[in-house]
Design a protein around this ligand. Sequence first.
Ligand code: ADP
Ligand code: ASP
Ligand code: MG
Length: 412
Amino acid sequence: MSRLVMKFGGTSVANVDRIKNVARHVKREVEAGHQVAVVVSAMSGKTNELVAWCKEAAGLYEQAEYDTVVASGEQVTSGLLAIVLNSMGIKARSWQGWQIPILTDSAHAVARIADIPSANLDAAFAEGQVAVISGFQGIHEATGRITTLGRGGSDTSAVAIAAAIKAERCDIYTDVDGVYTTDPRIVPKARRLDKVGFEEMLEMASLGSKVLQVRSVELSMIHGVRTYVRSSFDNPDQPQLGTLICDEEEIVEKQVVTGIAFSKDEAQVSIRSVADKPGVAAAIFGPLADANINVDMIVQNVSSDGATTDITFTCPGADLERAQKVLLDVRETIGYTALETASDVVKVSCIGVGMRSHAGVAARAFQALAEKGINIRAITTSEIKFSVLIDAAYTELAARTLHSLYGLDKAG
Ligand code: ADP
Ligand code: ASP
Ligand code: MG
């Protein structure tokens, strides 16, 4: 019998009515003869509420206790879906991460899956039972403590389980009917893609398209899991397949730019008038790296007087305060005149494997943004993408401008 993993995100299980709708999708696949593992997220908004409660409880808290708290959202939805399925005459039971077990490393709040022994799930399938699994959570075996996989981690649970039980497909059901050229909520002319290559999807996910967690795309690529992104809002009796994440070779229609992503979780730091001499960059970025701050874009101005220069970099918004502290601590060694920060910035990125073979792709974007009066604060490029940092107020205008520029707008 073929096996299937079906994952449902927060809006798809937002209340009991939505969970009943999910059950109809599951029923369809069970009746089609599949052995089904369902992975569920917490109800939408629940994880944010739980995170806020941790912060309210104490400014600084143990990450292991944070995991205990935030993993609870998924426990509720897995139990509720099992209740609904059983009431419809479909044999089902809920599974928490520690019960399967989904074994992870000990990096609380950002844990990585190490192994998923399939024996318990195999036995459940042999009994003709649907396995309803809490996404997002696992267990660190040596300490016996609950872990979570980072925000959006249920996608990763689903793909990892699909690999472990050798499922023929992993369907990620969400509130859009596939992966689009950019976030359809920001750019109404975004087009749904039938297929997206692994590499491009990895870049889109890591540059801010939250439709899939980055790690889930990595696992799908490594284990060759056939992964679709599709809508739980479709009529359960008339299912549409959505977008397949696959090898680049499988894609016929090729564009220079495939997608546009943006990330609002960015902060900019500018260090004014630092000495323009060997070793200064090391003196700045060494301590930031030691403090585990993920520096992304870096711009160093040409020094006009040959003596001093300005250095600008970006880091995740959540790290800004720590970055400032690190730089204040090394102020005497570096000797800058001022430290300026901005957090109302956004990183807009264009992604496409076609950039490998086409020159001047980014230059066209700079021109188009200039014509709209959008100032670029920083730029980075790599083989299949480039990113610009701009004022957050221009996010939509920039995304729409670039979307049209690269011919991505849907017809009509
Ligand atoms: P879930 O709760 O199902 O995991 P998420 O909110 O994590 O859903 O991800 C789905 C959302 O991702 C969509 O509602 C959409 O706004 C956003 N999104 C961002 N970029 C894209 C894209 N390129 N294609 C589709 N959706 C995108
Ligand atoms: N509930 C978790 C979150 O909101 C995991 C997920 O939905 O994928 O991040
Ligand atoms: Mg998600």
